[in-house]
Design a protein around this ligand. Sequence first.
Ligand SMILES: Nc1ncnc2c1ncn2[C@@H]1O[C@H](COP(=O)(O)OP(=O)(O)OP(=O)(O)O)[C@@H](O)[C@H]1O
Ligand SMILES: [Mg+2]
Length: 239
Amino acid sequence: MEMSPAAESDKPIIEFKGVSKTYPSGTHALEDINIRINRGEFAFVVGSSGAGKSTFMKLIMREEKANTGTITVNGFNLTKMPRRKVPMLRRTMGIVFQDFRLIPKMNVFDNVAFAMHVLGTNASGRQIRKEVSSALAKVDLGDKARSMPNELSGGEQQRVGLARALVNSPDLIIADEPTGNVDPNMSYEIVSLLTEINKRGTTVLMVTHDHSLVRDFKHRVIMLDSGRIVADNAGGDME
Ligand SMILES: Nc1ncnc2c1ncn2[C@@H]1O[C@H](COP(=O)(O)OP(=O)(O)OP(=O)(O)O)[C@@H](O)[C@H]1O
Ligand SMILES: [Mg+2]
């Protein structure tokens, strides 16, 4: 059997070498970024508005392309990857959005199942039901499967977003301010869930503005300022 790039478990799951991103407008969003994130790590990405955090995440998802440098994610060389191969990369990651992005006309179950279909699953109907139920149970929403998104609180909607990211068993979860639209208690719950998922082996990269989360959960903290990495500390240290 051919080994998938994801099987290269000794290499970092994310590696940036000399990466810069300048938007067509001329804005230098990232400059000379060098970083490695190992498999199984949980890292927060922090920094003031405009620092380049979302751009950093978009480069990892190949939503944007770097101008210079090389980016490797899960064994894929993103700099050389043709567009048609991007879905292969995305299949290895779960993406959680700040604004949830649930489909309003689909119930919770179908929103999560849809994420499997989008990635071109060849699972049977029975297997899909099993995977969706298991993902919903992980975020403690087993009893809301038939609810519509507009019948849920913001925190519950984001937990559906998390279940949707989990249902394809990703190697990596990318979350850009996933707690930006939920109250402080629910923020804690969401980061607790991400921490549990991380303990079971999934790498997590999360952008946040919430310093108390960063302090309390004691994960690695990568700090950006004006497009550069200005700090990279273990254990929730923001200095
Ligand atoms: N599509 C784009 N076109 C042009 N400039 C952009 C684009 N997206 C972002 N920028 C600029 O790039 C810089 C970095 O933006 P980015 O969205 O990465 O910041 P951020 O750290 O995520 O900020 P925030 O905390 O406000 O979300 C900013 O100066 C921004 O205006
Ligand atoms: Mg942003």
